[in-house]
Design a binder for this molecule. Structure first.
Ligand code: G3P
Length: 220
């Protein structure tokens, strides 16, 4: 099933009450078109969304720290308790060292959170697949926020990521992101072999977020 992962990032239009409103729009579109949508709000908004909107919620980041003396860390246990069902790890805007990625992944496994490891090219996608997350999401950083869809600007990086993951770890699903905005961008991403997209500004910064989501799912 095609997956849409909407990263709320830290935009004003997707924070607090706006995050709750946007999550409800995502739930409505998910139900109307029978398409899987995961929302990824800031950690402070996870509990409210997860406990009032019928939609899957991921965190934008998770630390490998366990429970105890780890002030300021985001633990997998706290995300699970808040109602999250997964977390992004290593987003280009929150890059981690390899050992930290492994620790975050292990912490999520212990509590049963799904994981999306973000990568920036085929080499890092190969490395991420070996760690066996649920998903890898390839996102060339230079296209993030550009409105230039990766599925058109650099189809080879998407196709190459899909091929290497299927060779190394067929159990891992490949998403792609950066600049994805319209239905044809999602369609192109699926035709390149990805199982869905990770996106943000094309929806969040749209004048009409509902209309932007309708457009995104219009070609599938
Ligand atoms: O996490 C997805 C994000 O990095 C893509 O950003 O604004 O290009 O959709 P955007």
């Amino acid at each position: 099933m095609t997956l849409i992962v909407l990263n709320f990032k830290t935009y004003q239009e997707s924070t607090g009450k706006e995050a709750l409103r946007l999550a409800s729009i995502c739930r409505d579109v998910s139900e109307e078109y029978s398409i899987k949508i995961i929302v990824v709000p800031q950690v402070a908004d996870i509990y409210a969304i997860a406990n009032s909107v019928n939609i899957s919620v991921f965190a934008q980041h998770v630390d490998g720290a366990g429970q105890g003396g780890f002030t300021g860390h985001i633990t997998a246990a706290s995300l699970k308790a808040a109602g999250a069902v997964g977390s992004i790890i290593n987003h280009s805007e929150k890059r981690l060292m390899l050992a930290e990625i492994d620790a975050s992944l292990s912490a999520c496994r212990i509590v049963g959170l799904d994981t999306i490891i973000c990568t920036n090219n085929i080499a890092t996608t190969r490395a991420a697949a070996v760690l066996k997350p649920r998903y890898v999401a390839i996102e060339p950083p230079e296209l993030i926020g550009s409105g230039i869809p990766v599925s058109k600007a650099d189809p080879e990086v998407v196709r190459g990521a899909v091929d290497i993951v299927k060779k190394i770890e067929p159990s891992v699903s490949v998403l792609c992101g950066a600049g994805i905005t319209h239905g044809e961008d999602l369609k192109a991403a699926l035709e390149l072999g990805s199982e869905g997209v990770l996106l943000a500004s094309g929806i969040i910064k749209a004048k009409n977020q509902r209309a932007a989501l309708d457009d995104l799912v219009s070609c599938i």
